[in-house]
Structure formats: structure tokens, C-alpha cells
Ligand binder design. Structure first.
Ligand code: ADP
Length: 170
């Protein structure tokens, strides 16, 4: 039986912390579907299509990794894809409470599915997409924190949205 896992998230934008989890999950599962979640409660920097496109490019050389997007219940999406596992990354204790709550709800909705938690690489423990956006908006350097091709895209989009504070480029 092929072990298929789904790694859901906003990926707005994808960071080196996400990539590290994907690389490690790819060694454990036969197939990893990185699924961009459409969250109607969030106002993302990038559209869902742009995030799928960026992830697709960053992950193009990863055999066994597929990029997709979904709306609605994650448990329904897993069933539709024939996946038995959802992967979540854990950084700090602060992630734990929300993740426990979500994993418990998903267990109630679909007892046959499992949530597998992977500990962050300590190198990236402080990284989050929102912190990347905040730092970049103040012209802080985000190189090595997101894939190289994503750096100018973040800066460009912040500029378009009038969220970039003027200062020298890094
Ligand atoms: P969400 O809005 O679903 O939290 P994110 O894109 O912020 O989406 O994160 C997707 C998943 O990746 C979550 O499980 C999150 O905990 C995990 N993650 C985010 N950043 C890191 C990191 N630096 N190290 C490990 N896991 C991470």
C-alpha cells in the first residue's frame, strides 16, 4: 500500500522551515501532497494560485512531492486523495495548543486518519510566514529564510500593496 501524506498550510509565502519539513516527510512517505489551504478568514499576500505556482517551482525537483490546493474540510480532502496522514510542523510550545485542538477535531471527524507532527529543525524554529512578511516590510533581509526566487516576489508584492517601508535594499 502506498503511504500518502498531505502537508496542508497557507504557505504565504513558503519558508525554509516548510521546505525542511517537506524534505524530511518525503523520506518517510511514498507521496507527499503539499496542499495550499484557502482560508476565507485570512487576507493573504499572495493569491492561492500564486502560492501553488511558487511551491510548484520550488519543489519541481522533489520526486514524490505534489502541489495542490483545497477548500473545505481537510479530512474530506485527505479522503478524496486517498491519503491516510496529515503532517503538521511544531515549532514552539505555543503551536501545541492549537495543533492539539485541530488534531483532536480531525480525529473526531475522521478516526481513520492520523495527524503526524514533525519537530522543526532548530535552525528554523523561529521562522513563520507572518514574521517573514513583517521583517521584509521593514526592509529587513529575508535571504536564506525563504527560497531565493521568493525574496524579490515578497518585496515586490509588499511594494504593490503599499506595505513596504522605504529604506536601502538588503
Ligand atoms: P497554517 O496557516 O496552516 O499554520 P503555515 O503555512 O503557517 O499554515 O504552516 C503550515 C505548517 O507548517 C504548520 O503545521 C506549521 O506549524 C508548519 N510550520 C511553519 N513554519 C515552520 C517552521 N519554521 N518549522 C517547522 N514547521 C513549520
Amino acid at each position: 500500500m502506498r503511504r500518502i501524506a498531505v502537508y496542508p498550510g497557507s504557505f504565504d509565502p513558503v519558508t525554509m522551515g516548510h521546505l525542511d519539513i517537506i524534505e524530511r516527510a518525503n523520506r518517510i512517505f511514498d507521496k507527499v501532497i503539499v496542499a495550499v489551504f484557502h482560508n476565507p478568514n485570512k487576507d493573504p499576500l499572495f493569491t492561492m494560485e500564486e502560492r501553488v505556482d511558487m511551491l510548484g517551482k520550488v519543489l519541481q525537483d522533489f520526486d514524490g512531492v505534489e502541489v495542490d490546493s483545497f477548500q473545505g474540510l481537510l479530512t474530506d480532502y485527505l479522503k478524496q486523495k486517498g491519503a491516510g496522514v496529515m503532517i503538521r510542523g511544531l515549532r514552539a510550545v505555543s503551536d501545541f495548543e492549537a495543533e492539539l485542538q485541530m488534531a483532536s477535531m480531525n480525529k473526531k471527524l475522521a478516526p481513520e486518519l492520523e495527524t503526524v507532527f514533525m519537530m522543526t529543525n532548530t535552525k528554523y524554529a523561529y521562522l513563520s510566514s507572518s514574521l517573514i512578511k513583517e521583517v521584509a516590510s521593514f526592509r529587513g533581509c529575508i535571504k536564506e529564510l525563504v527560497p531565493d526566487d521568493i525574496v524579490p516576489k515578497v518585496i515586490e508584492r509588499l511594494k504593490e500593496k503599499g506595505k513596504l517601508i522605504d529604506k536601502e535594499e538588503c
